[in-house]
Design a protein around this ligand. Structure first.
Ligand SMILES: [Zn+2]
Length: 185
């Protein structure tokens, strides 16, 4: 009898937890801070948004201190990618996570985001966690476009030239670009 109660308690708990995991909204108390290595960015009145499977799940403007609250209901997204955009800020990837530690996590983001490197010093993309399609962004007056002509004669232009991503004259905060995720960070 006691064993039956014990087992059913576990079953109920598992069901409840599983259910909770799928349906509960997540409310993030977020703080957007300047990256000490590049403090040129503004953190107030910046649009922060989170994407999952390439859909915008929620967006919000930061207050004058760079604080914000973001609520959305995760489903089975592969990852949750945080971006921001604002005055003088191109759409910038600031973080990517696969899970949240609770339903009400407190998270600090840096703008521009903190760059992680692998053991060989290569920059890791925050989304795919790989280095092979990450390019350093080169800012210059005349961006060099590389022309690709396919077998069928179609011409396409790519901003990737000699292993760097060529950006136009406005100097942005993004330092790197992942061609797999089409994200600047
Ligand atoms: Zn990537």
């Amino acid at each position: 009898m006691r064993l039956t109660i014990f087992i059913s308690t576990i079953l109920v708990a598992t069901l409840l937890l599983g259910f909770r995991h799928l349906t509960n909204p997540v409310t993030i108390t977020g703080h957007l801070k300047k990256n000490p290595k590049d403090s040129s960015a503004f953190v107030d009145r910046v649009l922060v948004f989170v994407k999952g499977d390439n859909k915008i799940l929620a967006k919000v403007l930061t207050d004058e201190k760079g604080d914000f609250e973001l609520t959305f209901t995760p489903k089975k997204e592969k990852s949750f990618d945080f971006f921001c955009t604002g005055l003088g800020i191109d759409t910038l990837l600031i973080a990517s996570v696969t899970t949240f530690e609770s339903d009400t996590p407190e998270m600090t983001f840096y703008i521009p985001g903190q760059v992680k490197r692998n053991a060989f010093g290569k920059v890791l993309c925050p989304i795919c966690k790989r280095t092979d399609m990450v390019y350093k962004i080169q800012y210059g007056d005349a961006p060099i476009m590389t022309r690709h002509i396919s077998k069928t004669g179609d011409t396409t232009y790519s901003p990737i030239y000699k292993g760097t991503y060529q950006e136009s004259c406005i100097v942005g905060l993004a330092k790197f670009f992942c061609d797999r995720d089409k994200a600047k960070f």
